[in-house]
Design a binder for this molecule. Sequence first.
Ligand code: NAD
Ligand code: IPM
Ligand code: MN
Length: 355
Amino acid sequence: MAKERKRIAVIPGDGIGNDVVREGVKLLETLKEVRGYPYELTHYDLGAERYLRDGTTFPEEVAAAIRDDHDAVLLGALGDPRVPDMSHARDILFGLRFGLDLYCNLRPVQCLSDRLMPLKGRTAKDCDFVVFRENTEGIYTGIGGQFKKGTPDEVAIQESINTRKGVERIIRAAFEYAVAHGRKTVHLADKSNAMRHGHELWYRCFFEVAEEYSGIEAKHVYVDALCFYLIEDPRPFEVIVTCNLFGDIITDLGAAFQGGLGMASSANLRPGEVSMFEPVHGSAPPLAGKDVANPLATVLTVGMLLTHLGYTDEEPRLIELVRRAVDEGKCTKDVGGDLGTRAVGDWICAQVRAS
Ligand code: NAD
Ligand code: IPM
Ligand code: MN
């Protein structure tokens, strides 16, 4: 896979999405030049600015071009206070996640430096787990409606969709990952005590799939208790599989173990097919355009993207570079440095050239 020409679609989106994706692109261009990788970048002007200018959100021809002619998408973030209903953001973000059936949202929660570990008595090595977030179903599908809106009798219904196919494939992905990466345990985090239809399916499916992976210990934890256990001691957790909504929440909590949202990366995968890569953080409107956003989550995200393209040596190298950036203070203020977004990106690229 790594040899042929590849195409990467780039969508910076809104707010600091622009600041961090600029650094991600700089890194991709530097790696292309230094290592001779044969990939091409296609830049798409999509986001709140474009929506406010001409009403465009996520045109069918762009969706088709990404699906048919690209291997990966690098996305910044979406969300702008000038579009309070987030309609453009949902069209683009869910257009990619649902449109490409990117069922596996892989979010690593690895603390890279003792300095970033916020838990008393713990060090960086105590936090190293991955979250497999189901990415195409659950409460996110938009199924439901409002009735008698704005009246005292109003009703709002938001359905949660859990299909056997959807639940099984993400659980299987979590076990496969554990096998491939020498992890010993997979935890299912659910609310099968309260959500006795949808999450009973998750619970049953989890232990059925686990039967096929005799070398891996399958454990169940309720998601509320998981939040408690994680803060108390993250060490027992290696691989966590969970639904769309809980995965969203657990990974922001996890970002706090990593030094903040500026350090958390993610991949939206359909293995072997075009997949999308984005930092976990949002568009952080108050930071936008000020050269203060931390680009390291995007550097780690570029590492995940390159692994997907088959350039598997790059991700471990980029993780090490990010670790050094933090340890040597070549980082932004949120992680204890005094550099701007651009200067951090320049430092990363300079290290790539020097290596
Ligand atoms: P946020 O992630 O944008 O910000 C939360 C906190 O983290 C803020 O204090 C922010 O300053 C800080 N932060 C985030 N990224 C940072 C970075 N790279 N460097 C330094 N600090 C960083 O979350 P929010 O404020 O809840 O949301 C803002 C907008 O982003 C909303 O419209 C939301 O819907 C959207 N959002 C989009 C995505 C996405 O596109 N995938 C993800 C999350 C939130
Ligand atoms: C994320 C974000 C999105 C989500 C929002 C912007 C819809 O929080 O990617 O983590 O909930 O999936
Ligand atoms: Mn989120």
